[in-house]
Design a protein around this ligand. Structure first.
Ligand code: IFM
Length: 441
C-alpha cells in the first residue's frame, strides 16, 4: 500500500463496508421475502439467477468475519440492517432478526470496532413492494417505523447511522434503467422513487433524532460525468447525467432543491405537494458519505430525453468494466464541500474494485486492488491538504459477495470467499492494508 495511517490526520477513520443481503444469507433467521428474491427468480435479471439465500453465510460466521476486520486494524465496520430480517412483512417485528443485530453489534464492540449502520441497502420486503414500494409515498412512514424498531434495539450502541445506501440506485437504476429490483423501466415510477427515497431518508433522520441519536448522515453514490467530445450537445448531456446521478440527491438533502434540467422533464410525474416535503428531506445531518467508483463519458446523441448514451473510455478498467479514475474522487470531495456541505465532515463510505481473483496454492494475489486503493487514498490526501474536511475512508468490501444482478463472479473483497466451502482467505490487499493501518506508536 502506498499510504499509511500516519499520512492522514490523527482522528481519521479507516473502515470496511458490507451490506446485509450481499453477505448474510437471507434464507436464515426468519427473514421475509424481498423484492430482490423476486427479481432474481425472474429469468434474465441476474446472472445464472443467483440470489442471496446463502451468500457468505455471515449470519452464522459473523464472529470470524469481525475477527478479520479487527485483525486488519480497521476502526469502523460499515454494515447494513435488513428491513426484511427485522420485519419480514415490512411492518411486524421479528425477534430473531432483532436478536441477530444485537449480537452483531456487541461482537463489534467487544473487538473495539465502531458500528456504522445503514438502514436500507436494497432488500425491500415483498409485501411492501406489493403496495407499490418506493412509488408509494407511504413508504416514508413505513421506513420511519422500521427505523424506530431497529434503532430502538441497537441505536444506543451505534457509532454512526445513515438511512439509505445510494439513493440513485434505489430510484433510477431500479425504476428507470430496470437493472436492479424491482426492475421497472418507467419514468413516472422512477420520478416518484427519486422523491420518496429522500423523503424516507429525512423521516428516518427525524425518527433517530427523536430517539436521541447523533452522528447521523446520508450516503450517496457519485459518478463523475465528462462530455465525450467538445460539442455543446455533449456538455449538455453530461450535465444532465450529473444532475440525475449526483445533483438531484445532494441538492435535495443539502439545499432543499432539485436541479432544473431534471425537473423540466419529471415535474409532471412528481407527487402532489412535493415541495412541502423539503422540510423533512433537509432534516440536518452530521456528515455526508460519498461512494465513489468511476466516471462516465457522455455522448452528444439524439436519444429521447432523458436517455443518455455512454462512450467507451480510454482508461484502464476494473472487472466491472468501470474506468479507473481516481481524480474523480478528489473532484467530488471538493465540489461536495463547495456546493452542498460546507464544513460538514465528508466520508468516503465506499471505494474499491472488482477483479477475477483466484486462489493459487492457498493465496490470492490482487496487486491491482492495492494500486487502486493507493491511488484513491492519494486523492483523499490531496483533498484534505486543500482544506476539505474528510473524516474517513471505507473500502468496499470486506468479503467477496453477491454483486446483485452480476451474481457472485465480480469479486470486490479484501478477503476471498470460496462460495462452495465458504472458506475465507485474506488477499494480498488485506495484508497490505494491515501493514498500512498499524496503530501509530
Ligand atoms: O456492491 C455494491 C454495493 O452494494 C453498493 N455500492 C457499489 C458496490 C459495487 O457495485
Amino acid at each position: 500500500m502506498q499510504f499509511q495511517r500516519s499520512d492522514f490526520p490523527e482522528d481519521f477513520l479507516f473502515g470496511v463496508a458490507t451490506s446485509s443481503y450481499q453477505i448474510e444469507g437471507h434464507g436464515f433467521g426468519g427473514a421475509g421475502r424481498t423484492h430482490w428474491d423476486d427479481f432474481a427468480a425472474t429469468p434474465g435479471n441476474v446472472v445464472r439467477a443467483e440470489h442471496g439465500a446463502r451468500a457468505c453465510d455471515h449470519y452464522h460466521r459473523y464472529e470470524e468475519d469481525l475477527d478479520l476486520v479487527q485483525a486488519a486494524g480497521f476502526d469502523c465496520y460499515r454494515f447494513s440492517t435488513s428491513w426484511a430480517r427485522v420485519m419480514p412483512d415490512g411492518k411486524t417485528p421479528n425477534q430473531e432478526g432483532l436478536d441477530f443485530y444485537d449480537r452483531l453489534t456487541d461482537a463489534m464492540l467487544e473487538r473495539g470496532i465502531k458500528p456504522c449502520a445503514t438502514l436500507y441497502h436494497w432488500e425491500l420486503p415483498s409485501p411492501l413492494a406489493d403496495l407499490g414500494g418506493w412509488r408509494n409515498g407511504d413508504i416514508a412512514k413505513w421506513f420511519g417505523d422500521y427505523t424506530e424498531t431497529i434503532m430502538g434495539r441497537v441505536g444506543d450502541r451505534m457509532y454512526s447511522v445513515a438511512p439509505i445506501n445510494e439513493p440513485w440506485c434505489v430510484a433510477w437504476l431500479s425504476h428507470f434503467l430496470g437493472h436492479h429490483a424491482p426492475g421497472l423501466r418507467d419514468i413516472r415510477a422512477a420520478t416518484r422513487a427519486m422523491h420518496h427515497v429522500l423523503l424516507a431518508h429525512g423521516t428516518a433522520i427525524q425518527t433517530m433524532r427523536g430517539l436521541g441519536m447523533s452522528n447521523l448522515g446520508g450516503v450517496f453514490n457519485l459518478e463523475w460525468a465528462s462530455p465525450a467530445d467538445d460539442s455543446p450537445e455533449a456538455a449538455e448531456k453530461a450535465a444532465l447525467y450529473d444532475s440525475i446521478y449526483n445533483r438531484w440527491f445532494l441538492g435535495g438533502v443539502f439545499n432543499g432543491e432539485y436541479p432544473a434540467n431534471v425537473l423540466a422533464g419529471v415535474e409532471q410525474h412528481m407527487p402532489q405537494g412535493w415541495q412541502d416535503d423539503f422540510a423533512t428531506i433537509t432534516a440536518p445531518v452530521d456528515w455526508c458519505g460519498l461512494n465513489y467508483y468511476t466516471r462516465k463519458l457522455i455522448k452528444p446523441d439524439n436519444t429521447p430525453w432523458p436517455s443518455l448514451d455512454e462512450a467507451e473510455g480510454p482508461l484502464p478498467k476494473t472487472f466491472m468494466d468501470w474506468e479507473i479514475y481516481p481524480d474523480g474522487l478528489y473532484k467530488f470531495l471538493k465540489r461536495t464541500k463547495e456546493d452542498y456541505t460546507g464544513d460538514l465532515p465528508l466520508f468516503v463510505t465506499e471505494n474499491g474494485m472488482a477483479a477475477p481473483d483466484k486462489l493459487t496454492n492457498g493465496a490470492c494475489e490482487d496487486p491491482d486492488r492495492i494500486a487502486f486503493l493507493s491511488a484513491h487514498a492519494a486523492q483523499i490526501q490531496k483533498a484534505i491538504a486543500q482544506g476539505v474536511p474528510v473524516g474517513g475512508y471505507y473500502m468496499w468490501s470486506l468479503l467477496d459477495n453477491y454483486e446483485w444482478a452480476l451474481g457472485y463472479e465480480k469479486r470486490f473483497g479484501l478477503v476471498h470467499v470460496d462460495f462452495e466451502t465458504l472458506e475465507r482467505t485474506p488477499k494480498s490487499s488485506y495484508h497490505a492494508l494491515k501493514g498500512a493501518l498499524r496503530a501509530l506508536t
